[in-house]
Structures are given as structure tokens and as C-alpha cells.
Design a protein around this ligand. Structure first.
Ligand code: PEP
Length: 259
């Protein structure tokens, strides 16, 4: 399998943490730490901090994005935000289908699919999250669930546009729980996800899509996960909130591209 074109990406998902001031402070310090050898660093910041973050990140190899968006381009949807508004504020990517959105706000694969298509139209890179619950893993339906999420969330996306997608495998039982999938378990799931991507496109396209692992990534497990051939990056929640632990993860994840 050719992995040469796959970008290594470390994504921070800050969830509902950090004010504008805290964001600015973090980014200024992060800029001092990064080097040309660092993998790509993406920060999914709160909506209110996107503009400040993207102004600071300009020219500094840090990519700023959002954690969610609506599927409509505009309209009477109180409290929602449109992709083009994110773009206007400086976002380059958006996380879609995070398990907290699926579980707490009952987002379906069909709704996420509409958001993915809208994000592509709005010229935002979409980080599509998929993952099984503990119950599904124990029942042995992990692959079925992953395949369903990938197929349904990407339905109708043209093969030529799949390069605008980054996939994130996030086993729900590992998010915020301190339980991480072993590198071998994660690799097995990533290989399966890549096969699913191949089924809806072709080998070349599937091999070029970065697949990230997320779920209790910490400085002490990042390296082992990143050594796996199909793990192209990490989606980090809790451990991305402190610069010290986030930078250790970035630093342990090796250089720019997956060799
Ligand atoms: C996440 O928010 O996507 C995540 C993986 O969180 P944590 O790293 O805290 O498990």
C-alpha cells in the first residue's frame, strides 16, 4: 500500500473550552514550539475564537477550523452556524459527526451526510468522525457500524471530492474515558475503514485519504499509535487543552508525511 502522499495531521478538538484570550495565548506559545519537521497541526477551536485564531495562525503552519456546522447555507435556524460563516471567519476545516454530536444531539448519518456535502461546497475540509460504542464492539458489530457510517455519511460525494475528507476513527468507549484502543486494535479498524473507503471509490483514492485515531490520546501512547501504517494522525480532545501535553503529542508524532 502506498502511503507516501498521506499527510500526517494532529488535530486538537477543544470542545467547549477556551475563551478568545486563552486561544490567543495558546497559539502564540505553540508557534514558538513548532518546527519545519512538525506534522500538520489543526486546531478545532470554539466558534467565537476562529477569527482571532486564524489571524494568529496565518503564515505559521497551523490550520484553524470549527467543531460543527449546519447543513443549510443560511436560514431561520436559531443558534446554528453555516459553513460559509465559518469560512468567512477564517476556518479551513470542520469536524463533522463527532460522537458527542451523534449521541447528545442525536445527529443521524443522513444529517451528517448533508453537512459533509455542504462543507465541500463551502470549501471546508471535513473531518468525518466514525466509531462504535462499547456495546457494539462487544456484540462484534464494529465493522458493520463503521461501514454503515462511512457509506451513509459519504453517500453522493463524488470520488473526485473525497480528497477533501479526512476520516477520524474514534471508538466511543475510548473518548474522554482514559481507555485507549491498543495500537493493534486501532490499526485493524483503520485498515477496515480504508477498505470501506475503497469500496465507495478506488484504491488510489482510499490510499490517499488520511485516517486519524481519536480516543484518550496522551503523550505516552501517541508514538505507538503513530507507528502503525494506517494511522496517519491523531484527534486529541482532553490532552490538547494544555500546551505541554499537546506539544509532546505533536513532537512524538514524527515528521510531515507518513513514510
Ligand atoms: C475527541 O474529543 O474527539 C477525543 C478523542 O477526546 P479525548 O482525547 O479526550 O478522548
Amino acid at each position: 500500500m502506498s502511503t507516501e502522499n498521506r499527510q500526517k495531521i494532529i488535530v486538537a478538538n477543544w470542545k467547549m473550552y477556551k475563551t478568545i484570550g486563552e486561544t490567543a495565548e495558546f497559539i502564540k506559545e505553540l508557534i514558538q514550539e513548532l518546527s519545519e519537521q512538525s506534522p500538520s497541526v489543526y486546531l478545532a477551536v470554539p466558534f467565537t475564537a476562529i477569527k482571532t485564531a486564524s489571524d494568529l495562525a496565518e503564515g505559521n503552519d497551523i490550520v484553524i477550523g470549527a467543531q460543527n456546522m449546519n447543513d443549510a447555507s443560511e436560514g431561520a435556524f436559531t443558534g446554528e452556524i453555516a459553513g460559509r460563516m465559518l469560512k468567512d471567519a477564517g476556518a479551513k476545516f470542520v469536524i463533522l459527526g463527532h460522537s458527542e454530536r451523534r449521541q447528545i444531539y442525536k445527529e443521524s448519518n443522513a444529517f451528517i451526510n448533508r453537512k459533509v456535502k455542504r462543507a465541500i461546497k463551502d470549501d471546508l475540509q471535513a473531518i468525518l468522525c466514525v466509531g462504535e460504542t462499547l456495546e457494539e464492539r462487544e456484540e462484534g458489530t464494529t465493522q458493520e457500524i463503521l461501514n454503515k457510517q462511512i457509506t451513509e455519511c459519504l453517500e453522493g460525494v463524488d470520488v473526485s471530492e473525497l480528497n477533501k475528507i479526512i476520516l477520524a476513527y474514534e471508538p466511543i468507549w475510548a473518548i474522554g474515558t482514559g481507555k485507549t484502543a491498543t495500537p493493534e486494535m486501532a490499526e485493524e479498524a483503520h485498515q477496515f475503514c480504508r477498505q470501506s473507503l475503497k469500496n465507495i471509490s478506488n484504491k488510489e483514492t482510499a490510499d490517499s485519504i488520511s485516517i486519524l485515531y481519536g480516543g484518550s490520546v496522551k503523550p505516552d501512547n501517541a508514538k505507538g499509535l503513530m507507528e502503525q501504517p494506517d494511522i496517519d494522525g491523531l484527534l486529541v480532545g482532553g490532552a490538547s487543552l494544555s500546551l505541554d501535553s499537546f506539544f509532546k503529542i505533536v513532537n512524538d508524532s514524527g515528521s510531515e508525511s507518513k513514510k
